[in-house]
Structures are given as structure tokens and as C-alpha cells.
Design a protein around this ligand. Structure first.
Ligand SMILES: Cc1cc2nc3c(=O)[nH]c(=O)nc-3n(C[C@H](O)[C@H](O)[C@H](O)COP(=O)(O)OP(=O)(O)OC[C@H]3O[C@@H](n4cnc5c(N)ncnc54)[C@H](O)[C@@H]3O)c2cc1C
Length: 1002
């Protein structure tokens, strides 16, 4: 497909259909496994309808499910459900009305997908004019079959429409016999159907060929002695049919038609021009056809004597200066042809508008084969691999062209290609924006900030995809690369990424069929990652680390284009249903683009070398002290050489490079996104919507993912392979967690909030694979929240042995009864009444709760303390700013001695507490959670009351304003105050510290 065409077409479907029709697609009497059978004894060809003459319901369903966010495969499962007695088959036999069918079918789909399924909309799509169109290749084949005197028939499991007519969007004149199940009351694979058809045709089974896409239908036909062809792809099936019949079924020049009235060109002038150009004196007339595609630049098939040519011209009328640049197409193809890139051979560029009305160029007509479906139906795995390898190699060839030698140095601007492209497509998108699409907004912000630093400049094709390649009919050789309309100079990796788009689209996708639901290993097709690797290998360049960026950009570009098409469809003649479908595609593409932005973010920490705290003993020493900065390191060894290994790092400056980068990024994110969002988040908290997730938080979560600022909490010890998290040590995380603590809203935005963190860690450690898939993954993705329900109103819950809730086994379930309150995730009060939990949901096993609780109360135990340091720092910073500007009794507050004393006290207390937090984290890292019990208890005792005091002083300095919602201080205070018992009462921690002190130091 040519992107510019898509941009300029008024209806999406017209554009994507045009994508499949190529001016140089020719017919060569040969293909993979082509054999000339020399004909056969066949007198009739019988066609199934859906899946053979028209798209199958399954294929239509795949597209519809994507657009309507219905779990993929729902419709197909419902279609086959119940077999003979399922609603679909009953409908086919006209035993139930359309209304009853839709009701029963809808119920079934909802049961299967566990969501409400609007089957009416699927049914409308299936029977719409847009979808229910006969494949042109089949129309051609039927014409040829009948021209040879053979009979044709349709044998279809079909249904009645609500208007009382059967659904048959075919020209009946093409067929001698039409047999429909709803008229006969019998369905395939019942042999009666086939016999009925043969009888009406007056043919023997052995004289007939039957084409169907479903195995059981074919099997039944074969058992009667009918020759069968399985249809996976109409093109391949027609080829097989050609082999059996022994005569061609496709037109001499496929995808052409008589020249449209508005597109006529003066034949005489052209003939004269060609005679001069080719130096010939033909006897016969000039033959002129128009290719179906080419709305942007009309394209013609020209035959004069034995010369077959393709003429491509600008459209008539006034044009934008840079559009329809056929001169550029001619130039690039000529230069690349000379440089050894396979392109159609160009013959001449005629800029004289007097010949055919506009400038045009001529190239040789090039017969070959175009693969429209990237899953390459009908080929062997090794052949598919060969096709993909050839595509990869030819792309490398394009990108290896020496610009100077090819005279293409001025074919486009050098450098900053992606920056320019991103801005161009943002501008295009804004110009056609109809409503806010969250993923587009995020991408518009994200893409310019994540442009690759290193970009090469080569020729780029701009629309490089499988169906723009013309292959040799019998081998995997690329004969020509087509559609150079969008070519320029730019970053070659954009072409590679664009080439992989199909990998992420479902097979039934409307713009182009994709591969995302195909088993690539079975097909023999390389994955997108393999394809990138193959490219690097062929180019001799190191692996591409940021290819997710390029994928995000490619999908963003497509989304921006689709939005343009959508806008035009709203004002054009497209039906509202079509316009709506197109609108959904924009959103779908932008979400895919955003998924890649997130993957790019995740890659940041996946590639981060882990700091392994291996040492088992520790002591403290000061490494460096720069006035005004926190720069200390302690090491488990007294030599600075070991400072990075197992060291207690007191200041962010001492963190390993990648962690420091994360730290910096986190701070920037807080400044850019979190602090400015606080007022709105606070409003949401007091609004009627406070019990539903804030859309702003959800949006910020997406942004955090794309920056790699996600799940940073999961410690290396729990997740040594960094399968789920960033693989930071507790001590490294402490520095980052402190930054998150500066805003009450931040932890959730980075998926680092309690109690999810503890619960996720618990699932990583103890969950089965099934439990992980069901609960851990949605939690890690930020798509679910969790709770920890212990506290009960009627008992003192700081003592867990008081808990009164009950759990008992009953009929394969655990039945829970209990009353809980203060359950975080809304601090809700929850009544459990006869709650049945399937037995397989229990983690680790009955009676092992204490073991788990010990595990759960690992690092998560001190996250609150880490955050309280940040919270205190922010309170102190606010206080310092306030007292400098506020004047009382003739001088700024800061000049009051008591204020100075308060500031000093706060600084000292924060520093003390921080050291203790870092030490606890460090000890957990180097000697384990259990051995760190004393340090954990000490900091839990210290941090909440320290924070309460620091915040309290800040409130005091603010006066009444400190209690208002204009500043976060009152909320900070409430939070810190609650943690003096919510994370275990101070008294309990004090008791624990004292007990350990007495035990170890008596
Ligand atoms: C903001 C917030 C969030 C919360 N989130 C959750 C949650 O997600 N899940 C959950 O299960 N609970 C949660 N809680 C509840 C919290 O865990 C409990 O309040 C806490 O465990 C104390 O239990 P209690 O309220 O029953 O107090 P009690 O057990 O009645 O204790 C009251 C007080 O008695 C004193 N005391 C208790 N034991 C001793 C002792 N050994 N020595 C001396 N004095 C003692 C302490 O001063 C203590 O504060 C939350 C509470 C708050 C405020």
C-alpha cells in the first residue's frame, strides 16, 4: 500500500483495497510447485461461499474482535460450539429466526469471553457491503471456467436475513446452480447437500471439483468421490484449480480495467511518443488499460507491438507543489537500478505536459508474484523463511547504496530525519484530530524526548513491506521493489521497523493482514526480533538496542495517517459505520505504538547491570565529603576499590551509573508530571469519583512505564533474573523510594505502592505459575490492585493472634467469614460473608501463612520508612522557602531564632533517620531480611515519629496555611501520624528492639 494514497483517499476501505492491487503484478505461468497437468476430466466446479468466494466469518470476526476489544477467538468458538445443535448450525438450517439466533449466540459469546458481546454489530459487519464482496480473483476464475464451457455452482451453509431473503451477495448469473442450507434444511457436511448439488448440475462426483475452507466439509465431499481443494488463501486455491483444470484462470494483465472516463489520456499522442522513444513502427493498435490502484498517481498498462510498459503520471488538476512527484520516483528508481537494487527498469521521464496532459514516466512491465498475506499461505516453512530472508537482504541492499556514487546526495535532507518525521506526523495528526486519544497524547510527548542519538542517513523507501515486493514466481528472488513515492534520505531503521508492522497486527486486520495470532515457528517466519537481528547481521552492524522506539514511531505514523482518513470519512460519503470503524483503528494503532514506548522503558532496566551485594560483613567509613552535598559511601571492605560492590552508598551521587540515571530520571519525572498533577489528584480524592481510579493517575502510570520507572521496588534477591522488576538492591531502591516519598501520589504512579509491592513480592516468591499469570502479571502491569486484610474492628489487631475471621473447607472451596476495616486500596471496611475461594487459589498451602507473612514482611517493611525520608525533605524544603519570604514583626521569619533552631533540628533528624534507613536496607542486602530484624525494627520505630516532628515544625512555620489543602503538609502529617501504628505500633517496635538488645548484648 502506498501511504500517500491512504492519506488522500476518502474512504479507508478503498485505500486498503488499493493496497493489494499492484500495477506490476503479472501472471507468470509458474509458481511454487507449479505443474502443468494438461487438464482433467472435470466438468463442474463447486464453490463454498464464506471463506472461498467471500471472507470467512472467522476472518471477519478476527477484525471485529480487535476493534471491539473482544477476546480473540470468541466468535469462532461460539460458531462451532454445540456442533450440529449449536445456534449457528440451527440458524444455517433455518430452524431459528435471526432474532433468536442473535440472542442465543450473544449469550454464548458472553459466556465464552466473560464480557458482554454486541453480536448484532458483528452480524451487521459480516453482512455489510464492505465485507461481503466477492474476491476479484474468484470472479476472474469463474469467468474463465464458464468461458471453457464448464459449469459452476455455489454450495453454501447459508442463512436468512431479517428481510426474509437469503444472504447471497453474489451475482447469481455466475452460477448454474446455487444450493443454500437455509433453503434445504440441511447443512454441510451432510452428504445430502453435495448430492443435491451434483443432481442439479447433472454431474457425477468424479466430474466435479469442490472448494471449501473447512476440513470436515471437504472430507465429506471427498468421501463421495468429489475432488477437493482446501482454500486457505483464494489466490493459492485458484492456482491449484488452474493446475487441475489445465487452463489459466486469471486475466492476462491482472488488476487492470478499462481506463476510467475521468482518467483518459490521448492515445494518439502517446502512440506517437512511444514510436519515437522505442524506434518502432507497430502494426497493431496501442493497448491501454488502467491499474485499479494509483489514486494518487494514475498508473496505466501500455502495450505497443511487443513492448509491455507501465506509465505513471501526475493526476490532472491543481496539485500541491511537493505532492505527486513522479520526477522523484523516476530519479530514485533510475539511480537505484544503476546501483544494483532490483527495481522496475525505468525508460523515460517526460516532463512535457502536452503529451498526456501532465508529466509522466515509463517503466518496463514486470511480471512476477506479489505476496499479499504475510503468513504466506500455501508455502512450505523453508520457502517462507527464504522469502523473509530475501526481503531482509534487499532492504539491506537499499540501505547500502553509496549516495555519492549513485548521485543521490541531495535526494533529501541529511540528519535529524526522525526529529523531522515526528514533528511532521504530530502536525498532521493535530490537523485532523477529532477527539483526544490518550495514547496519542502520550506519544506526542514521549517521541521527541526519546529520539535515538545515533542515526545513519541512507536511502529510505518509506513504505517498505512485503506486498511492495515483486518476487520471482518460482524462487525467493526479489525481482523488483515497488512504490517509491515516499522515498527520501533518512534513518534506515525506520524502514526495518515499518517492515515489521505486520508482526503485531492480527491476521484479520482490515488495513493489512498480520501475523500476531500466527505460530511463527510453525510457519517458518522469523519473529520481529529475529528479523531485526538478521538485518544487523546482513548489514554488519551491532544489534539495535532501541528498536522499540522505531516500532513505536512506525505505529504512531500509521495512527496519524488513519486519523486523517477518519477525519475525511466523517466529512465524505463514507457510511457512519465505516467512519466509526476507521476511528477505532486509529486508537488501536496508537495503543500498539504506546505498547512499544513502554517496552522501550522496560528495556532500560532489563539491560542494567545488577549490583550484587555479596559481602557478608559490614562497617562504615567516610569516602568523600563535598560541602553541601550528601556524598558518603561505606563499604564492606575498607578499600575504596571495592566501593561499588556491596557498598553502603549514602548519597545518590555514589550510586552505580545506571541507577543514578534512573534516579535522575525519576526526579525529572516528579518535577515534570507528578508535582504539577497534585492539585487535580487532590480534587479527585474529595470528589464523588474518589472510589474509581483517577484517569490522570492511569495516564501517569503509562508515562512512567515508558520511562522505565516501573516496578523498581522488586529486589534483586527476590527476582535475581530481573524477570519482573528492575533488579535493584534494597539500598539502591531506598534512594529512589525517597524521591517517590516526596509526593503522596507518586508510589502508585510508579507501581511501587503498599500493599501491592508486598503482595507482588509474595507472589513472585510463592505463587504457582498459574497464580502468577492470574494475579502477579496484572499487578506488575498496574492493571490490578490488591489488598492485605488483617485489621478487625472488634479486636486489637496489632496483635495478630486476636484475629477472629474464620476460614473453613467446604466442597472444594475455602469459605471465609470475617469483618475487616482500614483495608488499604480505599482504607475500606469489608465484610466477608460466606466468601467461597477455590482451593487452588491458596498460596503455598494451608497452615503456611506465617511462613509467607515472614516473607511478605521483607523489604516491603521499610518502604514506608524510605518514603518518610522524602516526605520530610519536602516538608523542610517548603518550610525553608516559606520562612524566607514571610515577614512578621519587621523581619523574615527565618531570622527568628526559634525558626532557625527548628530548621536545624529537622535537618539533623532527617539525616539520622536516613542513615538508619539506608543501613537497614544495606543489611538486608548483605546479610538477609531475617538478620536485619533489629535494623528494621529500629527504623520503623524512628522514621514515622521523626517525620511527624519535621512536618509538624513545617506546619507551625506556615501558620494556618499549613493546615489548608493549598500545601501537602496536612496530608503528610496525617500520613506520617498513621504510620506510627498502621505499620505496627511504635510500642511494638520498641518492645522488639529492646528484646533483641537484651538478648544480644546482655
Ligand atoms: C492509613 C491506615 C492504613 C491501614 N491499612 C491497613 C491495611 O491495609 N490492612 C490492615 O489489615 N490494616 C490496616 N490498617 C490498620 C492498622 O494496621 C492497625 O490500625 C494497626 O495494626 C493497629 O491495630 P488496631 O487499630 O486494632 O489497634 P490496637 O491493636 O487496638 O492497638 C491500639 C494501640 O494500643 C497500643 N498497643 C498495642 N500493642 C501494644 C503493646 N504491645 N505495647 C504497648 N502498647 C501497645 C498502641 O498504642 C496501639 O496503637 C491501616 C490503618 C491506617 C490508619
Amino acid at each position: 500500500m502506498c501511504l500517500r494514497q491512504l492519506l488522500q483517499s476518502s474512504q479507508l476501505q478503498r485505500a486498503w483495497r488499493a493496497a493489494f492491487l499492484k500495477h506490476v503484478q503479472g501472471r507468470h505461468p509458474g509458481a511454487w510447485r507449479w505443474t502443468h497437468s494438461g487438464g482433467g476430466p472435470y466438468r463442474a466446479v463447486i464453490f463454498d461461499m464464506g471463506g472461498v468466494l467471500l471472507p470467512s466469518p472467522g476472518r471477519v470476526a478476527a477484525e471485529w474482535e480487535v476493534q471491539n476489544h473482544i477476546p480473540s477467538g470468541t466468535i469462532v468458538k461460539a460458531l462451532i460450539s454445540g456442533g450440529e445443535n449449536g445456534p449457528w448450525m440451527k440458524f444455517m438450517r433455518a430452524e431459528i429466526t435471526t432474532e433468536d439466533f442473535l440472542q442465543e449466540f450473544g449469550r454464548l459469546c458472553s459466556e465464552i469471553s466473560k464480557t458482554s458481546v454486541p453480536v448484532d454489530s458483528f452480524f451487521s459487519l459480516l453482512t455489510s457491503e464492505r465485507v461481503a464482496k466477492q474476491f476479484p480473483v474468484m470472479t476472474e476464475a469463474i469467468t474463465q471456467i464458464r468461458a471453457k464451457g464448464l459449469q459452476t455452482a455455489v454450495l453454501s451453509n447459508n442463512f436468512y436475513l431479517p428481510n426474509g431473503k437469503s444472504f447471497l451477495p453474489l451475482d447469481r448469473k455466475q452460477f448454474d446452480v446455487v444450493v443454500e442450507s437455509c433453503l434445504e434444511g440441511v447443512c454441510k457436511p451432510d452428504p445430502r447437500m453435495y448430492k443435491l448439488c451434483l443432481e442439479r448440475l447433472g454431474r457425477q462426483p468424479s466430474e466435479s471439483i469442490f472448494l471449501d475452507d473447512l476440513g470436515p466439509n471437504l472430507k465429506a465431499a471427498a468421501s463421495l468421490g468429489i475432488h477437493t481443494i482446501k482454500v486457505d488463501d483464494p489466490e493459492t486455491a485458484v492456482k491449484e484449480l488452474e493446475t487441475l483444470l489445465g487452463f489459466p484462470l486469471r486475466m492476462a494483465v491482472p488488476n487492470t480495467r478499462p481506463v476510467r472516463k475521468t482518467m483518459e489520456i490521448p492515445k494518439d499522442a502517446l502512440e506517437k511518443y512511444l514510436k519515437d522513444l522505442l524506434g518502432i513502427q507497430p502494426t497493431g493498435p496501442l493497448e491501454l488499460l488502467q491499474f485499479d490502484h494509483g489514486q494518487s498517481n494514475p498508473t496505466y498498462y501500455v502495450k505497443l507491438a511487443n513492448h509491455q510498459l507501465v506509465l505513471r503520471k501526475k493526476p490532472p488538476g491543481t496539485l500541491l507543489p511537493s505532492a505527486h512527484a513522479v520526477e522523484r520516483e523516476f530519479r530514485i528508481m533510475k539511480a537505484l537500478g544503476n546501483a544494483g537494487v532490483p527495481v522496475p527498469k525505468v525508460l523515460d521521464l517526460c516532463e512535457d505536459s502536452s503529451v498526456v496532459g501532465t508529466p509522466f514516466y515509463l517503466m518496463e512491465y514486470c511480471p512476477g508474484r506479489i505476496y499479499k498475506d504475510p503468513s504466506l499461505p500455501g508455502l512450505e516453512p523453508s520457502q517462507r523463511r527464504a522469502i523473509y530472508t530475501a526481503m531482509n537482504r534487499v532492504l539491506c541492499k537499499i540501505h547500502s547504496v553509496d549516495l555519492k556514487a549513485a548521485g543521490l546526495e541531495d535526494y533529501g535532507k541529511h540528519g535529524d530525519y526522525l526529529a523531522r518525521q515526528v514533528q511532521t506526523w504530530i502536525k498532521q495528526y493535530r490537523a485532523s484530530e477529532t477527539s483526544t486519544i490518550p495514547a496519542m497524547e502520550r506519544l506526542i510527548e514521549w517521541l521527541p524526548l526519546h529520539l535515538p542519538r545515533q542515526q545513519r542517513t541512507t536511502v529510505v523507501h518509506g513504505d517498505f513491506r512485503l506486498d511492495n515486493l515483486l518476487f520471482h514466481p518460482e524462487t525467493a528472488e526479489v525481482l523488483a521493489v515497488l512504490d517509491w513515492e515516499l522515498s527520501t534520505l533518512g534513518d534506515p531503521l525506520a524502514d526495518v521497523a515499518y517492515n515489521c508492522l505486520a508482526h503485531y497486527l492480527p491476521s484479520g486486520f482490515p488495513i493489512q493482514p498480520g501475523l500476531s495470532d500466527c505460530d511463527l515457528t510453525e510457519l517458518g517466519i522469523p519473529t520481529a526480533e529475529d528479523y531485526f537481528r538478521m538485518y544487523c547481521l546482513h548489514m554488519g552492524i551491532p544489534p539495535i538496542e532501541n528498536w522499540n522506539f522505531y516500532m513505536a514511531f512506525s505505529f504512531f505514523r500509521i495512527a496519524a495517517i488513519l486519523q486523517g482518513v477518519y477525519k475525511r470519512s466523517l466529512t465524505g460519503q463514507a457510511s457512519s459505520a465505516t467512519a466509526k470503524q476507521t476511528g477505532k483503528l486509529t486508537e488501536f494503532m496508537s495503543n500498539l505504538a504506546w505498547d512499544f514506548a513502554i517496552k522501550e522503558g522496560f528495556q532500560i532496566f532489563k539491560e542494567m547491570p545488577a549490583t550484587k551485594p555479596l559481602m557478608r560483613s559490614h562497617h562504615t567509613w567516610s569516602l568523600l565529603r563535598t560541602p553541601g552535598t550528601r556524598s558518603y559511601v561505606t563499604s564492606t571492605d575498607s578499600s575504596p576499590a571495592h566501593a561499588s560492590k556491596g557498598a553502603l552508598i549514602f548519597s545518590p551521587e555514589g550510586l552505580p551509573h545506571r541507577v543514578r540515571e534512573l534516579y535522575q530520571k525519576l526526579k525529572e519525572f516528579m518535577e515534570r508530571h507528578v508535582y504539577p498533577a497534585e492539585p487535580e489528584l487532590q480534587r479527585h480524592q474529595v470528589s464523588a469519583e474518589r472510589w474509581t481510579p483517577s484517569p490522570l493517575v492511569e495516564d501517569l502510570k503509562e508515562k512512567a512505564k515508558a520511562e522505565g520507572l516501573w516496578n523498581l521496588f522488586l529486589p534483586l534477591e527476590t527476582d535475581p533474573e530481573k524477570k519482573y522488576g528492575a533488579g535493584l538492591t534494597n539500598m539502591e531502591y531506598a534512594h529512589l523510594c525517597e524521591v517517590m516519598g516526596t509526593s503522596l501520589y507518586a508510589p502508585e504512579i510508579f507501581n511501587c505502592s503498599a500493599p501491592d509491592t508486598g503482595n507482588m513480592e509474595l507472589l513472585v516468591r510463592y505463587g504457582t505459575e498459574e497464580q502468577k499469570a492470574r494475579w502477579l502479571i496484572p499487578l506488575l502491569e498496574g492493571k490490578a490492585r490488591s489488598c492485605f486484610a488483617m485489621t478487625e474492628p472488634q479486636v486489637a489487631s496489632s496483635d495478630a493472634t486476636n484475629i477472629e475471621s474464620s476460614i473453613r473447607e467446604e466442597d472444594g472451596f475455602y469459605v471465609i467469614n470475617g469483618h475487616k476495616w482500614w483495608i488499604t486500596g480505599g482504607h475500606g471496611e469489608v465484610l466477608f460473608e460466606q466468601v467461597c475461594v477455590p482451593k487452588e487459589n491458596i498460596i503455598l498451602g494451608p497452615g503456611r501463612g506465617f511462613e509467607i507473612a515472614q516473607g511478605r514482611l521483607g523489604p516491603g517493611r521499610i518502604h514506608h520508612c524510605m518514603r518518610l525520608i522524602g516526605c520530610s525533605e519536602r516538608a523542610l524544603a517548603l518550610m525553608k522557602a516559606r520562612v524566607k519570604s514571610r515577614v512578621a514583626f519587621g523581619k523574615p521569619l527565618v531570622e527568628q531564632g526559634t525558626v532557625l533552631a527548628d530548621i536545624a533540628l529537622s535537618r539533623v533528624e532527617i539525616e539520622q533517620a536516613r542513615l538508619l534507613v539506608l543501613k537497614a536496607a544495606h543489611v538486608m542486602d548483605v546479610v538477609g531480611n531475617k538478620a536485619a530484624a533489629l535494623d528494621i525494627a529500629m527504623i520503623k520505630m524512628v522514621a514515622p515519629s521523626m517525620a511527624s516532628r519535621v512536618i509538624d515544625r513545617a506546619i507551625q512555620a506556615f501558620g494556618a496555611a499549613g493546615l489548608s489543602s493549598n500545601y501537602p503538609l496536612a496530608q503528610f502529617f496525617a500520613g506520617a501520624r498513621a504510620l506510627r501504628f498502621a505499620d505496627g505500633p511504635d510500642e511494638v517496635h520498641r518492645a522488639a528492639v529492646a528484646k533483641m538488645e537484651l538478648k544480644h548484648h546482655s
